[in-house]
Design a protein. Structure first.
Length: 239
């Protein structure tokens, strides 16, 4: 037995908080009866409807994909380009990516059908660490490294402080490899942070999402998360 708002959130329809409001607004029915109490619990046999539409309740699944470059972080693309769900064509559940990685960025991305967990992981207040490795044109000086560490002013506001480390520098080619850890998820954020300081990103890879890394994986590889990893993700998103 599970609380009905959790079941609605796990279906991917909406967040748990919004599901609770749906219940209070008398938009949810269980076995044909309108539900108004937030503590109501339902079983797998109960028929749940939201706005008259039966809730499609699937077994939750969780995957980690090493997204290659040239792949869209979406379930479909109007230009018929390859999308992340193409790597899970044999999975029956309707999974979706948690957040996104740019078309030209590779790396770790979670796919699931658990809307509740996805909403938690993407919520800014939980500050999930995301570690990137960037190859850039130019070699940042101490002043620019300090700006990255304190926050870069972008058109949508100043970024939160980042952890930054130069891993290597090629002065002949005027390029460098930078490790950068952030916990925000703005659109093309890493590229825009470097661009604001005058550096173009040549190559970008997300090596780690929270505690999940790409160890032993190659671009295009996908693995199902273990039960203890799912529990740890939930724990990460509530602390």
């Amino acid at each position: 037995m599970e609380r009905i708002q959790k079941i609605i959130a796990q279906s991917g329809l909406t967040s748990r908080r919004k599901a609770e409001q749906m219940i209070l607004d008398k938009r949810v029915k269980v076995n044909g009866q309108t539900v108004t109490e937030l503590g109501t619990k339902v079983s797998a046999k109960d028929k749940v409807e939201v706005d008259g539409v039966p809730l499609d309740r699937e077994e939750p699944v969780y995957f980690l994909l090493y997204k290659p470059t040239g792949v869209i972080s979406s379930v479909k693309d109007d230009k018929d380009r390859k999308v992340v769900t193409d790597f899970l064509s044999e999975v029956k559940q309707r999974v979706f990516p948690v957040g996104r990685l740019d078309y030209d960025t590779s790396g770790a991305i979670i796919l699931t059908n658990d809307g509740e967990l996805a909403n938690k992981l993407m919520h800014p207040k939980f500050q999930i660490d995301k570690e990137y490795v960037a190859k850039i044109k130019g070699i940042p000086d101490k002043r620019h490294l300090n700006i990255l560490r304190k926050g870069v002013r972008l058109e949508d506001g100043v970024t939160s402080p980042a952890e930054v480390k130069i891993m290597s520098a090629d002065r002949k080619k005027n390029t460098s490899i930078i490790h950068l850890t952030i916990h925000e998820g703005r659109n093309r954020q890493v590229r825009r942070m470097f661009k604001a300081l005058g550096y173009d990103v040549v190559k970008l890879k997300r090596e780690r999402y929270g505690f999940l890394n790409l160890k032993g994986m190659n671009p295009g590889d996908i693995r199902e998360l273990k039960p203890h990893e799912v529990k740890q993700l939930y724990k990460t998103a509530v602390t």
